[in-house]
Write a protein that binds this ligand. Structure first.
Ligand SMILES: Nc1nc2c(ncn2[C@@H]2O[C@H](COP(=O)(O)OP(=O)(O)OP(=O)(O)O)[C@@H](O)[C@H]2O)c(=O)[nH]1
Ligand SMILES: [Mg+2]
Length: 613
């Protein structure tokens, strides 16, 4: 092999792990130790800068940061751990030369650990294992190291990959050590391991310019921004460049701005060279996976695979009687269409199609969370809309229909094992493994159709009183698994428009969980709670107590209501049936029947029954 030039002044790495194993907190620790960011008191997870990330305590968007250590610039990409964003992590791995694989010192490797490790090994990366959260009680670092070693073997790691270094750390306390019995005082051992074990990027500035676009950003002033790594050559502001599309077509553009990463900031630069991770503006129509190249000899880098969407929902403008009364600023189909088209442009994995003559849009994404984040973002921007139940996307293989199935890991106390197994059995799950963990919990692994899992999480939380852990992860496509049970419980439906009354809700709460509180605006066809008995019931939630004598006056106030179930977006999307919708406004999330009139619902019901006969 010819001698390959490497740039010793730089390292590019990503930090990967299962959700919540402490990636963002560890980046905090590295930025703090190297002084790349000036932390204020109590400031944590600074990379989770988006308001939705802060609210949910998870990373949604990958982000770049950089710091300097011993004269070397280290670019680090913090990635999301949630399974919906797995394909984004996979793309990011193409941009880096090394990874920190974090594993919680108590939990050990989890489904997403396996997924991200598999992708890293396939790309010939040599991970550094960081056994993290060493400060927690009941950690078992040696056992976790062994379990991770076994996982490397199971995933066919090479000899070289198996020779991974292990660093023990606590991102929270800000220390790392090569030996858990040694003193723990700084991040230095991890930083030194990064310098020694992450290869400097292969980078020849004399070759023609080539940059692989791994992420996109948008700025209303400069338009689309391409983010990625320069593999070869150099580029400067003002230069003409070529854009090599995925199909080999060539478009032309001109670099109007180059930004590099310093700490958490992007700073403008006049030029950049091989090995740098940068963002470039000025290339119209650029998409993820394409190559920006030298204008005189444009050559594409190997294309990045973009995973197909797995789930879809219909979006349309809000047709409820309360439309526009909740402070929404963007109400029309046209508003929604423009916003969705913009999203499809920059959010890889989101696809938008028109249905029903442009009144409705089928929006497809990589999972329920992926779409829920889009809805939540639009809602905060002032959009109102209604969305239908998430549907899994089937595929055809020859004459066969195939559907996505997931690996599901569940950890519960023994007392809930039976109920969970029964619920999953009825959803045609196949059990793959069952063990008792060192803390005495039961850990079960299943393979189950993705379709069967929609709506399961809320049942699971109720079943285990919030004490269970559940992780799912796309596994593969398998042959269609047949009919799945639908929601067993019925719903309580408001009979007419008005304001919910405490007395009426008091009488309804014996039937099942209630979603609304006194004073809430209701409309005919809106779903206000659950009917445990199974059937759908139209009920009067506006009824006041008859004042038969003087003492009864005002007694409404004395009624004690069970606190209603808060209708969060995730709950609503999981809960609704095929003939129901979630209404989303900046202020409220409501659940409703698609057809608000009872007569209309009955008519459709009868028609379906006659047709089904
Ligand atoms: N005890 C302890 N807790 C930690 C440590 N690092 C992170 N945590 C906690 O674990 C939770 C998740 O931490 P994050 O850093 O957001 O985890 P993450 O891997 O970035 O999560 P995602 O980006 O959502 O996948 C937070 O509540 C942290 O406070 C640690 O070293 N020790
Ligand atoms: Mg994070």
């Amino acid at each position: 092999m010819p001698h390959r030039r490497r740039r010793k002044d730089i390292r590019n790495l990503a930090i990967i792990a299962h959700v919540d194993h402490g990636k963002t907190t560890l980046v905090d620790a590295l930025l703090k130790y190297t002084g790349a960011y000036d932390f204020k008191e109590d400031e944590v997870a600074i990379m989770d800068s988006n308001p939705l990330e802060r609210e949910r305590g998870i990373t949604i968007f990958s982000k770049n940061a950089s710091f300097e250590y011993k004269g070397v610039q280290v670019n680090i990409v913090d990635t999301p751990g949630h399974a919906d964003f797995g394909s984004e992590v996979e793309r990011i791995l193409k941009m880096v030369d090394g990874v920190l694989l974090l594993v919680d010192a108590f939990e050990g490797p989890m489904p997403q650990t396996k997924f991200v490790l598999k992708k890293s090994l396939e790309l010939h990366l040599k991970p550094i294992l960081v056994i993290n959260k060493l400060d927690r009680a009941n950690t078992r670092p040696d056992e976790v190291a062994d379990m991770t070693f076994d996982l490397f073997c199971e995933l066919n790691a090479t000899e070289e990959q198996l020779d991974f270094p292990i660093v023990y750390a606590s991102g929270k306390e800000g220390y790392a050590t090569l030996d858990p019995d040694e003193p723990r005082d700084s991040m230095k051992p991890l930083l030194d391991t990064i310098l020694h074990r992450v290869l400097p990027p292969v980078a020849d500035p004399d070759l023609p310019f080539q940059m692989l676009v791994t992420m996109l950003d948008y700025d209303s002033y400069v338009g689309r921004i391409a983010i990625g790594r320069i593999f070869h050559g150099e580029v400067a502001v003002g230069e003409p460049v070529a854009l090599v599309k995925r199909n080999g077509e060539i478009a032309k553009g001109k670099v109007t701005r180059i930004m590099k990463y310093r700490g958490l900031k992007r700073i403008e630069a006049e030029k950049a060279k091989a090995g740098d991770i940068i963002s470039i503006s000025g290339i119209e129509g650029v998409e993820v996976g394409e190559t920006i190249a030298w204008i005189n000899k444009p050559k594409g880098l190997p294309a990045i695979k973009i995973d197909e969407p797995t789930i879809s929902m219909n979006f349309s403008h809000n047709t409820s009687p309360l439309s526009g009364k909740d402070g929404g600023r963007f109400l029309s189909s046209r508003d929604i269409r423009e916003r969705l088209e913009h999203e499809a442009m920059i959010n890889v994995g989101i696809k938008v199609e028109e249905v029903d003559g442009a009144e409705r849009f089928k929006v497809s994404g990589r999972g329920e969370l992926h779409l829920a984040i889009l809805i939540e973002t639009m809602r905060r921007e002032g959009y109102e809309m209604e969305v239908s139940r998430p549907q899994v996307i089937f595929k055809k293989m020859g004459s066969q229909i195939i559907e996505p199935v997931e690996e599901l890991v569940i950890e519960v106390d023994e007392e809930y094992q039976g109920a969970v197994m029964q619920a999953l059995g009825s959803r045609k799950a196949e059990m793959k493994d069952l063990k008792t963990t060192s803390t005495g919990a039961v850990r079960m692994e299943f393979v189950i159709a993705s379709r069967a899992l929609i709506g399961f999480r809320s049942d699971f939380l109720m079943m285990t009183r919030g004490n269970g852990i559940m992780y799912q992860n796309f596994f593969e496509y398998q042959t269609y698994k047949g009919e799945m049970p639908t929601r067993q419980r019925g719903v309580l439906i408001a009979h007419q428009d008005g304001i919910a009354v405490a007395y009426a809700l008091y009488n309804l709460q014996a039937r099942g969980e209630i979603f609304v509180k006194p004073g809430d605006k209701l409309y005919a066809g809106m779903i206000i709670g659950v009917n445990n008995k199974g059937a759908n019931l139209v009920v009067n939630a506006l009824k006041r107590k008859k004042l038969t004598n003087i003492r009864a006056a005002g007694s409404d106030d004395a009624i004690t209501l069970i606190p209603p179930r808060p209708v969060t977006l995730e709950f609503a999307l999981e809960f609704i049936a095929d003939d129901e919708l979630v209404e989303i406004t900046p202020q409220s999330i409501r659940i409703r029947k698609m057809h608000l009139s009872e007569v209309e619902r009955k008519r459709i019901d009868r028609k379906q029954k006659t047709e089904g006969r």
